[in-house]
Write a protein that binds this ligand. Sequence first.
Ligand code: HEM
Length: 454
Amino acid sequence: MTVTTPIKQKLPPGPTKPSFLQLIDWIRDPFGLLEKSAQAYGETFTLKFNNNIPSLVFLSNPEVIEEVLSSDAKHFDSGRANNLLLPLVGENSILLLDGKPHSRQRKLMFPPFHGEKIRYYGEIIHEITEKVAQQWQVGKPFSIRPSMQQITLEVIMKAVFGISDERRNTQLKHHLTQSLELAAGSVLRSSLLFFSILQQDFPGSPWRTFRRRQQSIRELLQVEIQKRRDDNNQWGNDVLSLLMAARDEQGNPMSDEELQDQLLTLLFAGHETTATALSWAFYWIYKFPEVQEKLLAELATIDDITDIKALNQLAYLDAVCKETLRIYPVAFLAFPRITKSSLKIGNYEYPPDTALAPCIYLLHHREDIYPNPKQFQPERFLEREFSPYEFMPFGGGSRRCLGDVFAPMEMKIVIATILKQYNLRLAERKPVKPIRRGVTSTPASGVKVMLESR
Ligand code: HEM
């Protein structure tokens, strides 16, 4: 006789603290809250934040996560779980869409970031990295994150706009960086996104400054859109050109506002995340000299470090990038999937409107999948393969990250360029911990390094 586990009708257990206090903990120390909750309630638990989603169920069992991510997307909404990003990316952003409008946008935005064409970015990424690294001064400690942000922002702008006006690019970069600092630069500032009550528009208020920056960004994006129109359809192969050429089922192009929202999304999603991943990568590489030595030995076996096909053959470099994304995943959650009707997943029957959040951080720290999970051990990726539901820094299913190929490529070229040409060392002794930055995590110190020689 087989014994089947009874289906539980209630939500998984979780803290009984008032939801407002749970939300404060979530903003202030997400990793502490996740670890404490997993210890107290196990691999599936519920947190209540009393914002636009009533209950958030955290999942860290790979089979359960697979069940959610491989289910038909029609069972879930996800875009509305991202509503707090609305001020950053606008209501037409792919991040906020669901159903048909979402799959239509994905179809449009997927090809430019996949396939053969992205190989041509190798040279560009290398050049931009060199340009930024040339500004470093020997013997002067500095935080590496702003440099990584400069690199990844320039790279994504090249991919999105192609060759563009340098002066407009500089203005756009300035406003984008300032705008992100205002809305997500620190734990306190991240509160601006989480609490609509803080979004008050009065002279000198952070919200008004943020809104003005966003307006300036939109105006610059509009100039870029208009320029293409004035060029009599002589458009290039960049993402903006492809989005402008696309037509819906009725033959209509995207409106200017829709175009602006998608551009904003790519600029935000495409550079912050990769900059954080790279900062962590350098932290681990310089923290453990043997990692640096092994990487240098491996890089010496290829002639051209801008050739992504050759770099992709380097198993240790690949393992270092993966272990970096495992140990402190930039996105500690995949987008929550909100049930549209009652749904049985794992041992629970979830009522409609329950948000199921695959928790990448807890999944990546499971002792049974990753022994000694708190230790940085790239070798684990050489010793065995992990399923897409055991290792998932880019999420999965119908909302899997659009930069899942582009970001690792960029990481590899930047790492190869800096390791081969610049002699850096870590300029801080204490272990660096992750902290919240908006809806992502980042190294608390920005990772202090010092250039010893070129
Ligand atoms: C290391 C860098 C990156 C990490 C760790 C990362 C991580 C993620 C994660 C976890 C998701 C949610 C997936 C899900 O819920 O299943 C996501 C979505 C997304 N990412 Fe990334 N990302 C990175 C870089 C990029 C880049 C370079 C781009 C630009 C092309 C990008 C564009 C997007 C977009 C547009 C979505 C939304 C997809 C959708 O809603 O269908 N990301 N990313």
